[in-house]
Design a protein around this ligand. Structure first.
Ligand code: M6R
Length: 615
């Protein structure tokens, strides 16, 4: 969702901010803007459309000098995407300029009050209300900017990450956070502000991540002043050293981040189990589980909360946990869980899965679970993210930055982590035969090389994509462990190629979707040898007799499905529980190629954001 970049220091702020906004494009946005202090005043340029468009506009219309500035990519919530609603927003006096990621829920009542006091508004945004509220507080209370921000934020309801500058105080940026992410990059006599570290990682590895309800005054030549918004308590900035490097957030010769990330999966899965899985000793080491083993062993059940692709990984995990560790599992959409008054007890373990670690609904579900006494374990990719900090314990996936909006390597690495957890608990509980356990460890270790082999289907997948690129509807079917893969395959196609697609458990087809099948309808069926193979073959026959076009994902060497399907894509054989790590690969490639062939913006599909920080 919205992206924030800011800079204060000895360099020109403009190129740093523009490049930073480009790095944040993956988050999803519809307009962009920048404000720079040129030594005497703040100049501003903003526009609907891409950062490239903003760059052109700014370079034609304003002075680009100055070592202080803030920039923004906006994903519209209040007010349509247009120039006026784009950020930065300026206060009525022209003194204060703000960028904001989040939603101020009570902005209408504040706007009414401010209007009564003579304030004018030029946009439909909640953000313009916030900057004027800060201005009003500053004037009325006769306080400095930092103090005014603090008072104003205590009056608002909602979520925010903000950066605000004052033309009368051009040696500082004031920032604050609740619910939306914000990091401060700490350089030599310079500071960077950003929604994540990607805009500043080439300048500094040192960063401070603001916690919820924290604000900071970032002043040139001074240490960062951090304090709690509510009770004014001073907090000490914890400067983290980041391991991220610049190559990881660039395309590395691929046309799109999504394709790069699909091809990174063998490495990402390996990095995710490296140091945790020791096949020789038959051990799985995970500090987050080892330190809290009692909670897991005494759990009545596990509740998994997540959204989107992470929710699909949760569904795979449900099968693994119940199958291997015999622990009852419920998988919930975080957005439903948080509002449906669920029964949660202190005997529950809640696992929250999130690539970004910033998804607002998942974060709220975690808070609800914690408030009811549950132990919450996080599975996140982004180190230091809000969910990673909010959970009681957790395990990172080591996928590396995922920039493409369509999740790919996050999915397979989440399944990898959750498989490790399930195996570990199965062993601790003694419910999984030792010989099978060992076979499982060996097989898990072989998955990266099997994913490499699954990736070799790319040329064939491209041919299949060419045949089906103009489809208007597609069906994805799978059973057991591959039912969530069918859902995930359909989601991938929908979100980047805008083709309507549905995922279904193959056996459910007879209860409705079979009516859709005709000769125009491509049906993607996951029919691997392990896992209800004969049943799926019957389902394929049912589709064939209704003239549907069948594209089947099968186990290497399969001959039976080959007879029936229009196309088959082979993946290596593995243990049934691990098949999702392989069967998902051709489906990712398929949606990628179809989207490219249809001329879609693969990495930044319309209306979507990489991290959904509003509910
Ligand atoms: O960062 P998270 O894993 O919490 O994100 C959850 C969903 O927003 C995300 O998986 C989304 O569905 C992806 N665009 C799917 O490709």
């Amino acid at each position: 969702m919205c992206g924030i970049v800011g800079y204060i220091g000895h360099r020109d702020a403009y190129p740093i901010i523009i490049k930073g906004l480009q790095r944040l494009e993956y988050r999803g946005y519809d307009s962009a803007g920048i404000a720079l202090f040129d030594g005497s005043d703040i100049n501003l340029s903003k526009t609907k459309g891409k950062v490239e468009h903003l760059k052109k506009k700014a370079e034609e219309s304003m002075s680009l000098k100055g070592g202080l500035g803030i920039g923004h990519t906006r994903w519209a919530t209040h007010g349509i995407p247009n120039d006026e609603n784009s950020h930065p927003h300026i206060s009525n006096s022209g003194d204060l300029v703000i960028v904001h990621n989040g939603i101020i829920e009570n902005y209408e009542s504040i706007k009414k009050e401010l209007t009564k006091r003579g304030y004018n508004f030029h946009s439909d945004t909640d953000t313009e209300v916030l900057v004027n509220l800060i201005e009003e507080v500053k004037k009325k209370e006769d306080v400095k900017l930092g103090h005014a921000v603090q008072i104003a934020l205590s009056e608002v309801v909602g979520a925010y990450a903000i950066a605000i500058i004052d033309r009368n105080k051009p040696d500082e940026i004031v920032v604050a956070k609740l619910g939306s992410p914000l990091a401060i990059g700490v350089g030599e006599n310079e500071f960077f502000i950003a929604s994540d570290a990607s805009p500043f990682i080439e300048y500094t590895n040192n960063a401070v991540y603001l916690a919820d309800e924290e604000m900071a005054i970032v002043r040139l030549g001074k240490e960062i002043k951090l304090r709690k918004i509510k009770d004014d308590a001073i907090a000490y900035p914890n400067i983290m050293e980041l391991k991220l490097n610049i190559e990881e957030i660039e395309k590395g010769g691929y046309d799109h981040f999504m394709l790069k990330e699909i091809y990174e999966q063998p490495r990402a899965i390996l990095d995710t189990y490296r140091g945790r899985l020791n096949v020789d000793q038959g051990l799985i080491k995970m500090a987050g589980i080892d330190d809290n083993l009692e909670r897991f062993m005494n759990a009545d059940r596990i509740i998994i909360v997540a959204c989107g692709t992470s929710w699909h990984a949760g569904l795979v995990a449900e099968y693994i946990f119940e199958d291997l560790a015999r622990i009852p599992v419920e998988v919930e959409y975080a957005s439903e869980f948080r509002y449906r008054n669920p029964v949660i007890t202190d005997k529950d373990v809640v696992i929250a899965i999130s690539q970004s670690g910033e998804t607002a609904d998942t974060l709220a579900a975690i808070k609800l679970a914690k408030a009811n006494g549950a132990f919450v374990f996080g599975v996140c990719n982004v180190v230091g993210s809000s969910i990673a900090r909010e959970t009681d314990a957790g395990a990172y996936t080591h996928a590396g930055p995922e920039i493409g909006v369509a999740s790919t390597k996050a999915f397979t690495t989440q399944i990898t982590v959750l498989t490790l957890v399930a195996l570990k608990l199965a062993k601790e509980k003694g419910v999984f035969p030792e010989s099978k356990y060992h076979e499982f460890l060996i097989e898990l270790e072989s998955i990266p090389s099997k994913v490499e082999r699954a990736l070799e289907s790319n040329a064939l997948v491209e041919i299949i994509a060419e045949v089906h690129k103009n489809a208007t509807n597609c069906l994805y079917l799978g059973r057991g462990y591959n039912f969530p893969v069918a859902l995930e395959g359909a989601l991938k196609l929908k979100e980047i190629s805008y083709i309507h697609a549905e995922g279904y458990p193959a056996a459910e087809m007879k209860h409705g979707p079979i009516a859709l099948i005709d000769q125009q309808m491509p049906v993607f069926v996951i029919a691997t040898k392990k896992g209800h193979y004969d049943k799926v073959v019957s389902n394929i026959q049912e589709i064939k007799s209704r003239k549907g076009k069948i594209i089947a994902i099968v186990t290497e060497g399969d001959s039976q499905v080959k007879e029936l399907a229009d196309h088959v894509i082979e993946v290596p054989e593995t243990i049934e529980s691990l098949t999702p790590l392989l069967t998902t690969i051709p489906l990712q490639l398929l949606s990628y190629h179809i989207a490219v062939m249809r001329g879609c913006n693969v990495d930044q599909p319309r209306n979507l954001a990489k991290s959904v920080t509003v509910e």
